[in-house]
Design a protein around this ligand. Structure first.
Ligand SMILES: [Zn+2]
Ligand SMILES: [Zn+2]
Length: 172
């Protein structure tokens, strides 16, 4: 959980709270099924009370993100780090002009977990690769070509076919 209690700054525009969290975040529970957070997420930043009664959070985060390689299907982990800014409000915004997304504060607690997960998900590559030169799977036998060549790729010729190979079709 990454909840910031905004009670102290709520009615005092221009004031802020600094926060620092180290905790696990459950991506699946927030609706993300294409990645998983491994270990702790570290988030540090500041939430500031604004004149219009809303809040802005600025933070930097680091996390380890697990994805499936789009070529070989293996799960792999990569560090993710970034900065983000998010707005929070204690009252549901009427979608005025759809400008900036505003996150709802419940029980005077701004929840940073969904904004961090959203940012991590947004920055992930569409086609993740376990490594840049991942060789993927053999389309014929499904062998992981990172672990060596399969028999399909070495073009082994069965001795019984050797004769056929040497046949020439002169009638053609
Ligand atoms: Zn791969
Ligand atoms: Zn193969």
């Amino acid at each position: 959980m990454m909840l910031v209690d905004i009670a102290k700054i709520k009615t005092r525009p221009g004031t802020w709270l600094d926060f620092s969290f180290t905790d696990k975040l459950d991506a699946a529970a927030c609706g993300y099924d294409d990645f998983r957070i491994v270990g702790d997420v570290v988030a540090e930043g500041r939430i500031t009370s604004l004149d219009d009664g809303s809040f802005t959070a600025d933070l930097r985060y680091t996390a380890n993100v697990e994805q499936c390689c789009s070529r070989c299907g293996k799960r792999f982990c990569q560090p993710a780090a970034g900065m983000l800014q998010a707005r929070f409000s204690t009252s549901p915004q009427e979608d005025a002009d759809g400008e900036e997304e505003c996150h709802l504060i419940l029980h005077e607690q701004a929840d940073l977990a969904p904004v961090i997960l959203q940012e991590i998900g947004f920055r992930l590559p569409m086609q993740p690769l376990c490594r840049q030169d991942c060789r993927g799977l053999c389309p014929t036998c499904g062998a992981d070509l990172n672990e060596g060549c399969c028999s399909c790729t070495t073009e082994q010729i069965d001795p019984r076919w050797e004769k056929l190979k040497n046949l020439s079709f002169e009638d053609d």
